[in-house]
Design a binder for this molecule. Structure first.
Ligand SMILES: [Zn+2]
Length: 266
């Protein structure tokens, strides 16, 4: 469910002049009720810290290095029980060296579904927040702009992510990381593939945090982590060795994509 739409015209890198090499996710709750913030804020803060401790900053630095990644959080009814659990989008980006980096995004969650996490739905609410936050960081949403994926191919080719995939999923000759092509817009072209036999130490790719549907324990693979390096971030742990990837950017506009989560896809 990846309804990609033209959202923003050029966001010039000169628009943001703050210099920071450190990842700083800022959650903006907008008009979220105090009660909802009280009930769910801890899960959001935990997800923020989860990513900030792993996706730590920017490979390229300079005037366009985002001083923050501001994420607008909305809690409310989307479609009642099940169906869509949450959505994510990137709404603003900076051009930073060889990369396109998000500076603002949105996440929306269906509060009707929250009581059912860990029971009817796999994982926890925090897992689903992590998943949507991973999209706002760029996984799936900024792949094409960072030249690591071509829509419709099902083949992620970012060097660091692919190297990690080959190692942890025992696929030394893999030419790409398989990307989901099923599930319709919002799932296709924005997640790791479901329905393969890839597994790492008994953990299935199907159950991974950023696969196309929410299942299992939603574990974080090194493939996901290292893929953030491919789109311009420093990560922990850094890869032991990686091929430096240099992208070619001739983008005159930025897209925002909306990633919706189905009852089997977050
Ligand atoms: Zn998703």
């Amino acid at each position: 469910m990846n309804n990609k739409s033209l959202f923003y015209c050029l966001i010039a890198s000169s628009m943001v002049s703050s210099v920071s090499a450190v990842m700083n996710i800022v959650l903006d709750y907008g008009d979220t009720s105090a009660q909802d913030i009280s009930s769910y804020g801890a899960a959001f803060t935990a997800a923020e810290r989860f990513w900030e401790s792993r996706v730590t900053g920017y490979i390229d630095q300079g005037n366009a290095a985002p001083s923050e990644l501001r994420i607008d959080v909305s809690l409310g009814n989307i479609d009642g029980f099940a169906g869509t659990l949450g959505t994510a989008s990137v709404t603003r980006v900076n051009f930073l060296g060889s990369f396109v980096e998000p500076t603002r995004g949105e996440m929306t969650f269906d509060t009707t579904d929250i009581p059912f996490y860990g029971n009817t739905f796999p994982g926890t609410f925090e897992d689903v927040i992590r998943h949507e936050m991973g999209h706002v960081l760029g996984l799936g949403l900024l792949w094409t702009f960072n030249d690591v994926y071509v829509d419709g191919t099902g083949q992620y080719t970012g060097a660091a992510g692919l190297a990690a995939f080959r190692e942890e999923f025992n696929a030394p000759t893999a030419a790409f990381v398989p990307v989901e092509l099923a599930g319709g817009a919002g799932t296709a072209d924005g997640h790791w593939d479901e329905g393969t036999n890839f597994a790492s130490n008994g953990r299935r790719l199907d159950d991974e945090l950023m696969s196309g549907s929410a299942s299992g324990n939603m574990w974080l693979s090194n493939t996901t982590l290292q893929s953030f390096r491919d789109i311009g971030y420093t990560v922990v742990p850094e890869p032991a060795a990686y091929a430096l990837w240099i992208g070619f950017l001739c983008i005159c506009r930025a897209f925002a994509s909306r990633s919706k989560a189905g009852n089997s896809a977050a």
